[in-house]
Design a protein around this ligand. Structure first.
Ligand code: 5GP
Length: 176
């Protein structure tokens, strides 16, 4: 285990097993649809790579990079990299590492609906339900986690720890 990690919440094996389960469900639900997997950079990349082989459909990939800035009164979302393809008429599955307040995905979902997507749903590896301040839910999620700061399997602190093969709680002294 990495010296900065306090506790492993989900091992690599548990995450892969969950990806298989989610992939099978997504395959069933999207039969006959034109599914586009939209990865939110950068945190979703390991999850997207682990999940997509278990989706037995002709899917396409696209990526979006949005950043959220904490202001005094609100958070604003800026698009750093937009999608390469038109989403009109497509069924979109937003792939995210973690759903927390829901601000990021509420904004992205509204944007893609406005562009004429046929449907926009979410698959999140982790769901921090206690952190939610926006009325949004993931159609699919891997694991519900408590309100702690986690890293690994794509999740970073200061751009580090994304390569850890597991999801773990970061020691408080690292970020305090
Ligand atoms: P939301 O808009 O739902 O509040 O934010 C989701 C984003 O916040 C995630 O994509 C992630 O970048 C960040 N985030 C929320 N909770 C955590 C956490 O526990 N660990 C890490 N590394 N990032 C988090």
């Amino acid at each position: 285990m990495h010296k900065d990690v306090k506790e492993i919440l989900y091992s690599h094996e548990q995450i892969i097993e969950k990806c298989e389960e989610l992939g099978k469900q997504i395959t069933k639900d999207y039969q006959g649809k034109e599914l586009v997997l939209v990865g939110l950079l950068k945190g979703s990349v390991p999850f997207l790579a682990a999940l997509s082989p278990y989706i037995d459909l002709d899917v396409t990939f696209d990526y979006m990079d949005v950043s959220s800035y904490e202001g005094v009164h609100s958070r604003t979302i800026t698009i750093k990299k937009d999608l390469d393809h038109d989403v009109k008429g497509k069924d979109i599955l937003l792939v995210e590492d973690i759903l927390d307040t829901g601000k990021t995905l509420t904004t992205v979902k509204a944007m893609l609906n406005e562009r004429g997507a046929n449907s926009v749903e979410i698959v999140a590896m982790l769901d921090k339900k206690e952190g939610r301040t926006y009325p949004i839910e993931a159609k699919y999620y891997g694991f519900e986690i408590p309100n702690a700061f986690v890293v690994g399997f794509g999740l970073d602190f200061d751009e580090k720890y994304r390569n850890l093969p597991y999801v773990g709680i970061l020691k408080e002294e690292v970020y305090q």
